[in-house]
Write a protein that binds this ligand. Sequence first.
Ligand code: SF4
Ligand code: F3S
Ligand code: FES
Length: 252
Amino acid sequence: MGYRARLRVWRGDADSGELRDYEVDAEEGEVVLDLLHRLQATQCPDLAVRWNCKAGKCGSCSAEVNGRPRLTCMTRLSLFDTDETITVTPMRAFPVIKDLVCDVSYNYVKAREVPAFSPPEGLEPGEYRMQQRDVERSQEFRKCIECFLCQDTCHVIRDHSENKEAFSGPRFLMRVAELEMHPLDSHQEKGGDRPEEARGDHGLGLCNITKCCTEVCPEHIGITDNALIPLKERLADRRYDPLTMLFRRKRS
Ligand code: SF4
Ligand code: F3S
Ligand code: FES
């Protein structure tokens, strides 16, 4: 059955903005993105909102709904009472371009800073062989749709934009962990050291395992337990293993 939904949307640009109240027709079974589209079609043709698949797979429609980072296309209206005001604001950790659209280029800069998968010399693509359990381990991380909700919610940059230079955020620390766990990655044999790079180049030490990133991930990836904590453990093993310490001291 239809009803009039109360919507409060942040309107503005990089310089200024405000929350504005609207009433929009809503139908049972709809999601927040449906309301934004109807608002755009009937009252605010200039409303800027990013979306693409409307199926929780492209990661474009990220915003904050009543203060919680969410995909608007996967946030059902049935979560809210019909007389409740639904407040939609842009992701707080990134600069606003217009209305609900943010500049997420920070993430692309951080993505480029992670050295790519590096297969052993001479191994041709068809010759890759992996144990099934190794395939499954990285499969979880590859479900990431790059919605950047984990990045948005992590307090290290959400509350301290000055940390952005030193901290790559959970999504890209998870990428480092995925590559570190890959049995065919030979980054280390070629002189690299992914756990050390996670610490030095990507700010792993700033993560204090609050797990907020894991809580908002729409793909339910175990970011903290399966990627960040194992990466921290590998780093500790490297740094405090007596043989490795001796080797490092000899090299320096
Ligand atoms: Fe989004 Fe989850 Fe990927 Fe983070 S890890 S970008 S929350 S899908
Ligand atoms: Fe941030 Fe997730 Fe660590 S929210 S502090 S990256 S556990
Ligand atoms: Fe693609 Fe929401 S529109 S994830």
